[in-house]
Design a protein. Structure first.
Length: 94
């Protein structure tokens, strides 16, 4: 299971609050990130979050500590779109 401990501190992020309508490069996910993401999904092709309604196949990669500059293997988690969105909604209380 790929989740943050309940006592993990909220980290400040370098991204502006409104990131939903910006492309991946504008949000700080450039060419290097695309390569890191591709390798992670190749290594772990199934969703590691496995939340209710999981679609199974990983399409995205989640940064566990919310630092998008920390691309260490221990900070990355392969996830399906559904679980990734659900995880962030749970974190924000949505």
């Amino acid at each position: 299971m790929c989740e943050l401990p309940p006592t993990a501190p909220k980290l400040a992020t370098h991204k502006p609050a409104n990131t939903q309508n910006r492309n991946t490069t504008a949000r700080g996910y450039g060419h290097h990130w695309q390569q890191v993401r591709k390798v992670k999904i190749r290594q772990s092709p199934f969703c590691e979050l496995k939340l209710e309604g999981c679609t199974g196949w990983a399409e995205q990669v989640h940064h566990k500590n919310k630092d998008t500059r920390d691309n260490s293997a221990s900070n990355l988690c392969s996830t399906c779109r559904h679980c990734h969105q659900l995880h962030h909604n749970q974190e924000s209380g949505a």
